[in-house]
Design a protein around this ligand. Structure first.
Ligand code: NAP
Length: 532
């Protein structure tokens, strides 16, 4: 397919601005064609206005039609074949198998949302039947269910050009809810975004969705994202990326005359606690698996294990030494783009200057800056060093982690108490450790969105029970997830009907329950109809 570099505003291509930018191949340092245009205010307005006009016709489509749209997207993505993988790999430096696994994930989550819509219980229908004889006042007929909020703006991250970008769970959950989507394409992989967007538009046309259900805008300057979030036609926005970007857009969303929720999924340090039972039983194999988790994807995961804590002991020393050796033998690899590479290099340079940490080890081979390569680094510190330097609690995006030697279990718990919110927290231990360290588990339940036992947070399962979120600064709304089918809850709100005529109610609230969805009837879960 010939890429155009144009915005896709509904079914129309547009390129009003002469200001352009292009993607680069980070491994080769070459520029990739075509040039992409910066979106203008009028193009942003056109995309959101079209989304606004598509909202009512889209939400009124039968659930089955929306599910068919999602299935059609999955099919169109598969039909893109190698072209999608080749472009994503060229724009990000990700190897082709990684790109293929991202595509698999897209197909999986898109079909999961289709099934969710067909099954129907996500609308959380509730019915409280009336009681005209109740005294002193008769009880009304009260029914409620979840409804879509309106057009959504979506910002993807650079590190998942296929799975957390145009085709991410943000987009699919918004469609599942019945919300039109306007994407701000990531300037690091605009070609991948264009290919993906054209697949979505083909699926929309094939399933007769209203024009405006989906638009794609490009922009390298922050002005595009800022103007988009300020647009009065939007009902909510979802962002995946850095703390700085998420925070900036969150403030813009809140400062609007009519504020909207901005669901930002950001980075975190994802602490790992190595408890004595695990270190005694398998310190060497844990060091192997830890360094694999640290360096997979060149450490470019929001769930990268950035802090590792253990009790000072012979086993902890063995673990540290083995991890040091493994890091030394890891070969530097290409990062996503020059910006992320530069931020990593300056973050490492700053760490090397700090008195709070000492360098434990690094990749033996020098990284090649011309290929945007990053070496892996391992630092170490003590409880005092960590508690005295708040910067060590911040994410540095890339293959770097700090080992923290603790004097006692109480010290470990005290450190856990000072941690910021995190997407995940991990414990390696024997089952008896969990009982012995119950206080630590209590603290971590307050700090993180996902608790992992004897594993690592990288590699997030796409399933109904997944929670990928966590207290600030991991996200701006800890109640919600961006991965798994619960992600739909960000884009819906309850609407209540009191004494409403049965035939005029949304179908899931009607007495006969024609769709057979699970409902809460007078406080009991049932699929039974109501005798009218
Ligand atoms: P990023 O620099 O924040 O960029 C994300 C998107 O937001 C881009 O489109 C970017 O445009 C835009 N943006 C950033 N700052 C902005 C601002 N002030 N105003 C308007 N738009 C702005 O993030 P990234 O470098 O692509 O991704 C790496 C980060 O994402 C890491 O911190 C990682 O932990 C996090 N991440 C989190 C998750 C999660 O699920 N929690 C998943 C993956 C990645 P520009 O490129 O033009 O700046």
């Amino acid at each position: 397919m010939t890429l155009t570099g144009k915005h896709l505003i509904g079914n129309r291509e547009s390129s009003e601005s002469s200001e352009t930018f292009s993607a680069a191949n980070p491994a080769l340092g070459t520029t990739l064609e075509p040039r992409y245009h910066e979106a203008t205010e009028s193009e942003i307005d056109a995309a959101v206005s079209l989304a606004t006009s598509a909202f009512d016709p889209f939400r009124r489509r039968l659930a089955e039609a929306r599910a068919d749209f999602l299935d059609a997207i999955a099919n169109e993505v598969l039909a893109l074949g190698d072209e999608l993988l080749d472009r994503a790999s060229a724009e990000t430096g990700h190897p082709l198998p990684r790109c293929a696994s991202e595509r698999d994930r897209v197909v999986l989550h898109t079909r999961q949302f289709a099934e969710l819509v067909r099954e129907g219980s996500w609308v959380d229908a509730r019915i409280d039947l009336p009681d005209p004889t109740r005294r002193p006042l008769p009880k009304p007929d009260v029914r409620s269910l979840m409804q879509p909020v309106g057009p959504i703006a979506i910002f993807g991250a650079s590190n998942f050009p296929i799975a957390i970008s145009v085709l991410g769970a943000d987009t699919m959950s918004a469609f599942a809810a019945g919300c039109p989507v306007v994407i701000k394409a990531h300037p690091g992989h605009p070609g991948t975004c264009e290919l993906a967007a054209r697949a979505v538009l083909r699926a929309a046309a094939a399933t007769r969705m209203p024009e405006g259900v989906f638009s794609l805008l490009h922009g390298k300057s922050h002005a595009v994202g800022t103007a988009l979030v300020r647009h009065p036609g939007l009902a909510a926005a979802a962002f995946t990326g850095s703390l700085a970007g998420g925070r900036a857009l969150f403030q813009i969303a809140n400062a609007r005359p009519i504020p909207i929720p901005l669901y930002a999924e950001m980075g975190s340090v994802n602490p790992v606690f190595m408890l004595p039972g695990a270190l005694k039983a398998r310190s060497a194999s844990i060091a192997d698996s830890f360094v694999t988790a640290l360096t997979t994807g060149v450490g470019q995961f929001c769930t990268n294990p950035g802090l590792v804590l253990g009790l000072e002991s012979e086993e902890w020393s063995d673990f540290s030494e083995k991890a040091r050796k493994n890091v030394a033998s890891w070969s530097p690899a290409t990062m996503l783009h020059a910006g992320i590479h530069g931020a990593y290099e300056s973050g490492i340079a700053a760490l090397l200057q700090r008195e709070s940490v000492e360098l434990l080890g690094r990749s033996a081979r020098e990284a090649d800056p011309a290929k945007c390569e990053a070496a892996a680094y391992l630092f170490r510190t003590t409880q005092q060093g960590l508690l005295g330097d708040p910067t060590l609690f911040e994410e540095l995006f890339g293959p770097v982690s700090t080992l923290v030697g603790c004097g006692s279990p109480e010290d470990m718990i005290a450190i856990a108490e000072t941690l910021d919110g995190s997407l995940s927290a991990t414990i390696h231990g024997a089952e008896t450790d969990l009982a012995d360290y119950a206080g630590l588990v209590e603290v971590l339940q307050r700090k993180a969105g996902r608790l992992i036992f004897n594993g690592y947070p990288v590699g997030i399962e796409v399933c109904h029970s997944m929670h990928h979120g966590g207290p600030y600064p991991a996200t701006t709304h800890s109640h919600f997830t961006s991965i798994g089918t619960r992600a739909i809850r960000r884009f819906i709100r309850p609407v209540c009907y009191q004494d409403w005529p049965d035939a005029m109610l949304p179908i899931e609230l009607q007495n006969a329950n024609p769709r057979g969805v699970w409902r809460m009837l007078n406080g009991q879960k049932t699929r039974d109809g109501v005798v009218g």
